[in-house]
Design a protein around this ligand. Structure first.
Ligand SMILES: [Zn+2]
Length: 453
C-alpha cells in the first residue's frame, strides 16, 4: 500500500497543503493526513486535483471530427449532422469500434477525465443481425477501457423506434435495434463483464422518449426493480425543439414534464440534454433530485441550444458534464464553455460560482459531484477517503501558474489550461499519462491508423 506525499491537494473542503495520500492495492484512497515528504515513499511534484467524470460519451463519434463542417445548401442542423453520423456507423465493425473507442478514451484521459459513461448503441451488424456473441460490441468497449486505463460505466442503449408512436426504424438504424427481451439479455451479459474489474460498472440507457415507448419503459423499470437494480439510468430528453414539439403532440406534454409525471424518477437518473425545459420542468427535476447531464461543446457544435444552468443552480440542482460527440476531449474546455454560454445569455460574469467561492474551484466541485452522482457513485467534490485514486497533477512550473495563489489554480486550468498544464494523470492508483504521453500510446495509435489505411 504505497504512500504519496502531495504538497497541495484539492479536497471537498478546498485546497489543503502537505498531505500524505495512502492508496490501497485496489486503487482506493484510504487515508489523507498532514505529513512531510520525508515520511512518504513517493512524492507528487505538483498540485493534486481529482480526475473529472465524463457522464456522457459516444466514443466512435470522435472520428467524425472535421467531416461535418461543409455547408451544402439551406441550413445545417442536428438532423443533417445525424446523417453524417449514420454514414460512419455503416462503416464500422467490432475491431473498428474498439480501436476508435480506445483512441478516444486515451484522449479523454489526456484531457483530464478519469471516468467515462459510455452511452453505447452500436449493438449489431449493419443489417440488424446479432453478432455471434450478442454482447460483442459491449465487450469491445470494455476492452478499449482496459487498454486505455479509464474507469468505465457502460450504459447499453435500448433503442426500438424511430419516433413517437412506435415508428419503424430506418435501415440505417438497424444496428441499434433491441426489443425489451433482447435488451435484458444484453444487460445480463454486461453485468457479468462489468464484474471483472473494480474499474467497471454499468447502468441502463433508454435512448429517448422517441426511441422507447411508454409501455417498454414501464416494463423495463419493473424488471429492473424486481432484480434490485440500483445503478444509473440515463436518457436523452429534450435536445431539439423538434422532439419537444413531437412529444407535446403525442403525449400532450413536454418530455421532461411527461417523464417526471409518469415514472418513478429519482437521484439515480441523469437527464442528458434537458436543453429545452421550462421553469416548471426545472422545478420538477429538482424535486426528483436528478442530475442534469450537460454537454456544452457538443450542444454548441450541433446547434442544440443552451440549458438554463444558472437557474438550475439557483434551485440547487446537480449537474455534470459529458463530452458526448467528443468534438472536444478536454474537461477544462467543457467547463469553460458551460460558464461562457451562461455569461453570454445572462450578461454577467462568474455566473456559476457559488457565492463566496472562487469560480474555477466551484465549477470543478459541482461538475465532479454531479458526475459521480450520475454514475451512482458517492458524490464527492474532491479527493476523499473511500474514493478511487483518480488524480491529475497540475504542473506548478507551467508559466501560467507561476506566481498565482493556490485558490486561482483551478481558474487557470479551467479558463486558460491546455493539456500541457497536466503533467500526469492517475486512475485507480496507477499513472496512465506521464508528461502528456499515454502509457499505451503506440499500440492505441497503431490500431487507429490501421482503420484508415
Ligand atoms: Zn448523446
Amino acid at each position: 500500500m504505497p504512500d504519496y506525499f502531495a504538497p497541495h491537494i484539492f479536497t471537498d473542503q478546498g485546497w489543503r497543503s502537505s498531505i500524505k495520500v495512502s492508496v490501497t492495492d485496489a486503487g482506493i484512497v484510504n487515508a489523507l493526513e498532514p505529513s512531510v515528504a520525508a515520511e512518504c515513499e513517493h512524492a507528487f511534484a505538483g498540485a493534486l486535483v481529482p480526475g473529472m467524470v465524463n457522464l456522457h460519451s459516444h466514443a466512435f463519434q470522435r472520428s467524425l471530427v472535421g467531416e461535418t463542417g461543409f455547408k451544402a445548401s439551406g441550413s445545417d442542423s442536428f438532423w443533417s449532422w445525424r446523417e453524417a453520423m449514420y454514414r460512419r456507423v455503416a462503416e464500422l465493425n467490432p475491431d473498428k469500434i474498439e480501436a476508435l473507442t480506445a483512441y478516444c478514451y486515451m484522449e479523454l484521459l489526456q484531457g483530464g477525465y478519469t471516468s467515462v459513461a459510455e452511452f453505447h448503441y452500436l449493438h449489431h451488424q449493419l443489417n440488424g443481425a446479432n453478432y455471434q456473441n450478442r454482447a460483442e460490441t459491449s465487450e469491445r468497449i470494455f476492452s478499449a477501457a482496459n487498454s486505455s486505463g479509464i474507469n468505465l460505466t457502460l450504459l447499453p442503449v435500448l433503442y426500438t423506434w424511430a419516433g413517437f408512436g412506435e415508428q419503424q426504424l430506418s435501415e440505417r438504424q438497424l444496428p441499434f435495434q433491441h426489443n425489451l427481451d433482447s435488451y435484458l439479455e444484453l444487460l445480463s451479459a454486461v453485468e457479468s463483464l462489468a464484474a471483472t474489474s473494480n474499474q467497471y460498472s454499468w447502468g441502463v440507457a433508454p435512448h429517448s422518449l422517441r426511441a422507447v415507448s411508454e409501455a417498454q419503459l414501464r416494463a423495463l423499470l419493473e424488471c429492473l426493480q424486481q432484480q434490485g437494480f440500483s445503478g444509473p439510468v440515463h436518457l436523452h430528453i429534450a435536445e431539439q425543439i423538434r422532439e419537444v414539439e413531437e412529444c407535446r403532440e403525442f403525449y400532450g406534454a413536454e418530455p421532461v414534464a411527461w417523464l417526471l409525471d409518469n415514472f418513478p424518477v429519482d437521484n439515480n437518473w441523469c437527464l442528458v440534454h434537458a436543453t429545452h425545459v421550462n421553469t416548471n420542468e426545472l422545478k420538477q427535476m429538482r424535486k426528483h433530485a436528478v442530475v442534469a447531464g450537460l454537454c456544452p461543446t457538443t450542444e454548441a457544435d450541433l446547434g442544440d441550444g443552451v440549458f438554463p444552468t444558472a437557474a438550475w443552480q439557483q434551485l440547487g440542482g446537480a449537474w455534470g458534464v459529458g463530452s458526448d460527440s467528443n468534438i472536444c476531449v478536454t474537461q477544462a474546455e467543457e467547463l469553460r464553455w458551460l460558464e461562457y454560454t451562461q455569461r453570454l445569455q445572462n450578461q454577467q460574469r462568474n455566473v456559476l460560482a457559488n457565492s463566496g467561492e472562487q469560480l474555477g474551484a466551484s465549477l470543478y466541485q459541482q461538475a465532479l459531484k454531479g458526475g459521480l452522482q450520475a454514475l451512482a457513485r458517492t458524490p464527492v467534490g474532491g479527493i476523499a477517503v473511500g474514493q478511487s485514486a483518480d488524480f491529475l497533477l497540475l504542473d506548478l512550473h507551467h508559466p501560467l501558474l507561476l506566481g498565482k495563489p493556490q485558490q486561482q489554480w483551478l481558474d487557470c486550468w479551467v479558463f486558460a489550461g491546455s493539456t500541457q498544464m497536466l503533467s500526469q494523470v492517475w486512475v485507480a492508483g496507477k499513472c496512465v499519462v506521464n508528461g502528456g504521453r499515454h502509457i499505451n500510446l503506440t499500440a492505441i495509435t497503431a490500431a487507429w491508423r490501421k482503420i484508415w489505411q
